[in-house]
Design a binder for this molecule. Structure first.
Ligand SMILES: [Mn+2]
Length: 378
């Protein structure tokens, strides 16, 4: 048998035109345009590295609503990669529906889109490769269309391009059991839907994995994102894939939690925060800074000073979960209105979680007001 060798770019969950978590609408617009930029970089990479097949495992678009700007970008990029085949398995966010975006758009001839929620195949004879897949035809798909199915011709390179939720016993987003993959007889299973990637795994001769999304969109999708690229070779029925993750995201979301237990001095806290942030994060980062621990009740932090110190970040969200309970004996005996205010709140500060955070906030507001300062960090 002739050895088969195919270069594959596997991506998914690009969610073009998706909203982003950044609260500032200008920054959210920057992120949407950068997402289109990341998509263009991906397409340029496919062209320069001569990918034979680009697998798009669902959710290329974020919703039925796609701007004309985005659709013309996608068509232009597909047409510019004329020698590459694009295979699309519509997902739960961009299902194949009558008069939907996939149905009504005139795609170039090198684009192959699954349009049925049953398993079907596109055959590329020149590559001796079959690509199997299916489409979400509505926002949900409660069964796995490839469960119990095997490729028709084991002499070919058999790829499966699938949008679904691996490991979920029941799911509205195509529940996939690991055994559906490992006993299916496919050579490479390109998965989409989960936005974090663990790269490619190998089990029972089957390579499979999630590519993750192209750009994180909120703090549930932290880190740099991208796609998987590499070669798949099959000789005498034995497949070997060398496929690796590549970064395409322009920016990233990150969460940094700092424990401030025992701290009594605001300047020392600002220094600690700046040192911890500057070491790891720059202007490509949207950061959620979580402050926790028991701090001195007299320590009042200013959100605006923290923001000024961290101006270099792309955006910053501050969550102050500290509790003003460190070394409070002095304040407990304080005969001024500060002490009285603290004593009123103390039972709540030692109460359940909701009470604690309300009381901590009340204490920060109250002490700030008594000190004549601005509204403190939230
Ligand atoms: Mn999805």
């Amino acid at each position: 048998m002739e050895p088969i060798s195919v270069k594959v770019l596997h991506c998914a969950d690009i969610h073009l035109d998706s909203p982003f978590a950044d609260r500032d609408p200008e920054k959210a617009a920057v992120r949407r345009s950068e997402l289109r930029g990341a998509f263009s970089s991906l397409m340029t990479y496919a062209r320069l590295n001569e990918a034979d097949i680009v697998l798009i495992a669902g959710d290329l678009f974020d919703s039925e609503f796609v701007t004309s700007e985005t659709i013309s970008l996608v068509l232009r990029e597909f047409a510019r990669n004329a020698s590459c085949r694009f295979v699309i398995s519509p997902g739960n966010h961009d299902p194949y529906t009558q008069n939907g975006i996939y149905d009504k758009t005139d795609f170039p001839p090198n684009v192959y889109i699954f349009d049925d929620n049953r398993l079907s195949v596109f055959s590329f004879d020149d590559l001796n490769t079959d690509v199997y897949g299916y489409a979400f035809t509505s926002p949900s798909l409660e069964y796995n269309p490839f469960a119990g199915r095997r490729p028709e011709n084991s002499g070919r390179l058999n790829i499966l391009c699938a949008h679904g939720e691996l490991g979920a016993a029941a799911s509205l987003n195509c529940p996939i059991k690991l055994t559906d993959i490992t006993s299916g007889g496919f050579d490479y299973v390109a998965l989409g839907h989960i936005h974090n990637s663990d790269g490619v795994s190998l089990a029972n001769g089957v390579y499979y994995g999630y590519s993750g999304c192209l750009e994180g969109r909120d703090f549930g999708e932290c880190g740099y994102k991208g796609a998987l690229f590499g070669s798949i070779n099959k000789t005498d029925g034995v497949c070997k894939a060398d496929i690796r993750g590549l970064r395409f995201s322009k920016r990233r979301y990150e969460i940094l939690t700092l424990n401030l237990t025992g701290m009594t001095d605001a300047e020392a806290v600002y220094d600690k925060i700046s040192a911890a942030v500057e070491k790891k994060y720059g202007n490509d980062t949207s950061l959620r800074l979580v402050l926790e621990g028991e701090i001195s009740p007299s320590l009042i932090l200013s959100e605006s000073i923290i923001r000024q110190n961290l101006e270099n970040l792309f955006s910053l969200q501050i969550k102050n979960n500290t509790l003003p309970l460190f070394d409070y004996a002095l304040l407990e005996k304080d005969q001024t209105i500060r002490g009285e205010y603290f004593r009123c709140l103390l039972p709540l500060l030692q109460g359940d979680e909701a009470d604690r955070s309300d009381a901590a906030l009340a204490l920060r507001y109250g002490f700030s007001a008594l000190a004549g300062s601005d509204i403190p960090a939230e």
